[in-house]
Design a protein around this ligand. Structure first.
Ligand SMILES: Nc1ncnc2c1ncn2[C@@H]1O[C@H](COP(=O)(O)OP(=O)(O)O)[C@@H](O)[C@H]1O
Ligand SMILES: Cc1cn([C@H]2C[C@H](O)[C@@H](COP(=O)(O)OP(=O)(O)O)O2)c(=O)[nH]c1=O
Length: 207
């Protein structure tokens, strides 16, 4: 399946299976294409700098910096990634997959009561995806998976915040007029991967 130069974004709440799906479709598409997969905060420069300052002060980024500054640093990191990593990769014919993209940088700051005006402007500067995939999963299932995953939980990884994030993804896809393909992410990883591959085929190869 040759889909050179196409840009696919995967969205969903924490525990929905974004990074798992990104990895699986990347493995599949690598049989036919040169694929570059960007995971959230990979190649980031601004947020790690806040992290470094917080560390010097013997505290954490969340305690040290306000939500507006943390949200802004995520926005700038995404713009940096889009300009200096994603665009060149697409330009050289690679297929690009990202775990999270523009809408995430509205959903999470919004949860923290941040004014998202500047973040929406930053999002307008990002290169547009060819396909947006949203992994639909009830918050109870995502929460169960996060507990079983065994990684340290972040403040937004609670049943209440997951539930809020589901509503906000719907809201922001709508108000930003982003068309998104929804997959039932309660199914097994293999089934979700197969559905995503079928979606990619139907979007880029048929007709
Ligand atoms: N379809 C699925 N069914 C069951 N478990 C899954 C599925 N997809 C992912 N998982 C598991 O759930 C956890 C969260 O998945 P992950 O890909 O890290 O989610 P996200 O990147 O959206 O936070 C991981 O332990 C992963 O192995
Ligand atoms: C996860 C995420 C957070 N943020 C912002 C929202 C908050 O202001 C700040 C920290 O959010 P937080 O929920 O603490 O996420 P994490 O611990 O994973 O960094 O980062 C985004 O802008 N986009 C994202 O995809």
């Amino acid at each position: 399946m040759n889909i050179h130069g196409k840009f696919i974004c995967i969205y969903g709440i924490d525990g929905s299976g974004k990074s798992t799906l990104a990895q699986n479709i990347s493995t599949y598409l690598s049989n036919f294409n040169e694929v570059k997969t960007f995971y959230s905060q990979e190649d980031a420069i601004f947020t790690p700098e806040l992290e470094a300052v917080a560390k010097k002060l013997n505290t954490s980024r969340r305690e040290c910096f306000s939500p507006i500054l943390r949200g802004g640093s995520w926005g700038l990191d995404l713009l940096h990634k889009s300009m200096y990593h994603i665009e060149p990769a697409l330009g050289s014919g690679k297929t690009v997959i990202t775990d999270r993209y523009s809408i995430c940088n509205l959903v999470y700051p919004y949860i923290n009561n941040v004014d998202i005006g500047i973040l929406r402007r930053i999002n307008n500067l990002l290169i547009k995806p060819d396909l947006n995939v949203y992994l639909e999963v009830p918050h109870e299932i995502a929460w169960q998976r996060l507990k079983e995953r065994g990684k340290k939980l972040t403040p937004k990884e609670t049943p209440e915040k997951l539930q809020e994030a589901i509503k906000l993804y719907d809201y922001f896809f709508k108000i930003e007029s982003i068309s998104v393909e929804r997959l039932d992410a309660t199914l097994s990883t293999n089934q979700v991967t197969d559905m995503a591959i079928e979606l990619i085929k139907s979007r880029f190869l048929d007709g």
